[in-house]
Design a protein around this ligand. Structure first.
Ligand SMILES: Cc1cc2nc3c(=O)[nH]c(=O)nc-3n(C[C@H](O)[C@H](O)[C@H](O)COP(=O)(O)OP(=O)(O)OC[C@H]3O[C@@H](n4cnc5c(N)ncnc54)[C@H](O)[C@@H]3O)c2cc1C
Length: 439
């Protein structure tokens, strides 16, 4: 087992392992006692048993893309599964076993090799481990649903060092919790997930429109009007920020259509194009796209090596959504801030399977601050807090994957689900061996 002890390694070696793949440059000041670079399930079992013997906690890193850097804690063994990368695909059943150290760019590989996709995170570096445990806001979530809905089973090393398979038939409580529990401390280390895959789209086409500040309300009203009848294989999103080289906020509305043919995609995108408000300062229509290009866009919009703050809300469906979104956009007075609106209907109208993931609405709103200098911490935190306060009266809940539980109290699960989660955690990890943000 490849293990790096804090008190027994050079600072360079230890720091490299401590911060490997950690996305935010606001590095938490936490120092694990040891870091295990696990390459197999047996490494994970051995590492958990070692923690037990030494009476240390266990933390886990898959992709390192938790915004607050949850994978770092003191008095712990950090099990980094980033080098445990395995994938076994059953093409006939459209199923796969995927190790938690794989990253979201797995969709590119699945598409090329097997003509299938998982529908993982939008950023290629997001780890499959953290992503699936917290629910998984997938590509085209409004049509294809939360990725955890497609998890069929998983293998878990429990807090007492046993490797168990969990599904609807075996250890069904852990299976229930694994689909949406994460970030209130899943009581084990997931080594691999069995997932249902989707057929890969043959045509991957986008349109996009960047509207000036004065047209933001018109733009929101236009898209809101389209959504109820809009194609379910199309991801819709809108981002408000100061685009590079432009001195005012703009709103970019994007449609990513993933269909079986270019003709089908044309039929989806053309009506939206014909009805768009006039006056966009930049637009593209029916542009051929791919996961490679989308990942590249995502990496340039969400660069690593920066300080990051992220928060979010599921907005009450009864709110005056366009007016409220416009008001939020107007609060963006600085190039460090950004707002994402990601409509979730019709998926949000369908019943969810019985699982921990339980809160959502028709409208997901993400708020982000990205900046380089510690000097901007206070300004950015203030904006995040002010925006959270504006959202509060209209918030039906939050998504744990983009939440910092240490900043404020957040409701990410229904009351019944939260009570059940607490009980499952107590049953499987009574000593609090596996740590997370609430430990
Ligand atoms: C740029 C960016 C883009 C993002 N885009 C999306 C998106 O499109 N959709 C979406 O849903 N989310 C998105 N997220 C949020 C992201 O999915 C969550 O933060 C997720 O938890 C990250 O997973 P990770 O494995 O990379 O995290 P890590 O930082 O490696 O882990 C975070 C925590 O998750 C738990 N954990 C991780 N792996 C395991 C495991 N194998 N077993 C048990 N516990 C584990 C641990 O508590 C760990 O401390 C994005 C985040 C970033 C930074």
């Amino acid at each position: 087992m490849d293990i790096i002890w804090r008190n027994n390694s050079s600072d360079d070696v230890y720091e490299e392992a401590r911060l490997a793949r950690v996305f935010t440059a606001r590095h938490p000041d936490h120092h694990p006692t040891a870091i295990v670079r696990a390459k197999s399930e047996s490494d994970v079992v051995e590492a958990v048993r070692l923690a037990q013997n030494l009476n240390l906690q266990v933390n886990v890193r898959s992709g390192g893309h938790s915004y607050p850097g949850w994978s770092l804690s003191d008095n712990s063994i950090l099990i980094d599964v980033g080098d445990y990368r395995e994938i076994k695909v059953d093409v006939a059943k459209k199923e796969a076993w995927i190790s938690s150290g794989m990253k979201s760019d797995i969709d590119m590989e699945l598409m090329k090799e097997y003509g299938l996709i998982l529908g993982a995170g939008h950023h290629p570096g997001v780890g499959i481990g953290g992503y699936l445990l917290q629910g998984g806001l997938s590509w085209n979530c409004r049509g294809w649903g939360w990725t955890c809905e497609r998890v069929k089973a998983l293998d878990v090393v429990t807090a007492d060092g046993r490797l168990v398979r969990c599904s609807s038939d075996e250890h069904s409580d852990l299976f229930w919790a694994a689909r949406g529990l994460d970030l209130v401390d899943f009581p084990g280390v997931v080594t691999q997930f069995q997932v249902q895959l989707l057929p890969a789209p043959k045509a991957f086409i986008t349109s996009g429109y960047t509207f000036p500040k004065a047209q933001i309300l018109d733009a929101f009203n236009w898209v809101l009007g389209l959504i109820p009848a809009f194609d379910e294989d199309t991801e819709i999103s809108a981002v408000c920020k100061f685009p590079d080289g432009i001195d005012e906020i703009c709103l970019t509305v994007s449609f990513i259509t993933m269909k079986d043919s270019a003709e089908a995609a044309w039929n989806v995108l053309q009506p939206a194009h014909l009805t768009r408000p006039k006056g966009a300062i930049l637009e593209w229509f029916f542009r051929e796209d791919s996961f490679e290009k989308e990942y590249a866009n995502e990496v340039s919009a969400f660069p690593g090596g920066r300080r990051w703050l992220a928060d979010n809300a599921f907005l009450n469906n009864e709110a005056d959504v366009a007016a409220f979104l416009e008001e939020l956009c107007m609060s963006i007075t600085d190039k460090h801030f950004a707002l994402l609106w990601y409509p979730l209907a019709p998926q949000s109208l369908r019943p969810l399977p019985d699982m921990a993931f339980s809160l959502r609405s028709d409208h997901y709103i993400g708020t982000y601050a990205l900046y380089e200098s510690e000097d901007d911490d206070e300004k950015c935190q203030s904006w995040m807090q002010a925006t959270a306060a504006k959202l509060e009266p209209f918030r039906t809940g939050s998504f744990s994957g983009e939440t910092d539980f240490r900043v404020r109290e957040v409701k990410c699960w229904g009351d019944d689900q939260f009570a059940k989660l607490t009980e499952i955690r107590q049953r499987w990890d009574p000593d609090g061996r596996i740590c997370g943000p609430l430990q």
